[in-house]
Design a protein around this ligand. Structure first.
Ligand SMILES: Nc1nc2c(ncn2[C@@H]2O[C@H](COP(=O)(O)OP(=O)(O)OP(=O)(O)O)[C@@H](O)[C@H]2O)c(=O)[nH]1
Ligand SMILES: [Mg+2]
Length: 197
């Protein structure tokens, strides 16, 4: 029986856009006040996709942390990045291009990025006086910045969550198959070894 393929992710994006809630909803089936969350639980799970087993694990992040060492730790040996914005917060979408992609390019060049739109429930019932970020805008950004994929979710109902983590594992796996694991994260050189299966 082959060992599962380890896929390490980091969840990045502006503050208050739903990163932590998303992770607890998917990994622990919880949706509630942040005070109820238990950091010691961590974020890891087994996942099987088309017969391939993965051990998916990773970390949350805090946009207010600007310390360079702590920020670069977020990208250390990372296989895939979940880059999040809220569809009801245009600034968080603009920051994808102006703040987060430059940081990723610097610290985790060539690591696949899954763009995630949170607060998906507002697609059907938008708050008053709010212009939603459209799927077309997000998809245009994915094409222009050569990101892996755009996916939307609603953590309240868990809609779209599995697709996000399936895409993350698939994106990481595809990259491992072409570049090998030594290309992971910061400082990787995209070596040729491949430990898959
Ligand atoms: N309606 C709705 N609210 C959501 C959804 N996901 C998250 N929220 C709410 O969005 C707010 C922010 O969520 P957090 O997960 O704390 O945001 P964060 O990105 O981790 O924020 P920081 O830790 O400050 O970086 C909370 O009040 C959540 O309840 C969603 O899918 N729908
Ligand atoms: Mg958080």
């Amino acid at each position: 029986m082959p060992e599962p393929i380890e896929v390490r992710f980091s969840c990045i994006g502006d503050s208050s856009i739903g990163k932590t809630v998303l992770l607890y909803a998917y990994f622990h089936d919880m949706y509630g006040p942040e005070s109820e969350y238990d950091e010691s639980l961590g974020f890891s799970t087994d996942l099987t996709l088309n017969g391939t087993k993965f051990l998916l694990y990773g970390q949350d992040s805090d946009a207010s942390v600007t310390n360079e060492i702590l920020r670069s730790d977020l990208y250390e040996k990372v296989d895939v990045i979940l880059l999040c914005f809220s569809i009801i917060d245009e600034k968080s979408f603009l920051n994808i291009e102006t703040r987060w992609i430059p940081e990723i390019t610097k610290l985790a060049k060539d690591v696949p990025v899954v763009l995630v739109g949170t607060h998906g429930d507002y697609r059907v019932d938008p708050p008053e006086d709010t212009t939603l970020v459209s799927k077309e805008q997000a998809e245009e950004l994915v094409t222009r910045l050569q990101l892996y994929k755009y996916l939307e979710c609603c953590t309240k109902t868990k809609e779209g969550l599995s697709d996000i983590f399936n895409a993350a594992a698939t994106a990481a796996h595809e990259r491992m198959l072409t570049k090998g694991r030594s290309g992971r994260g910061r400082g990787g050189d995209g070596g040729s070894s491949c430990e898959i299966m």
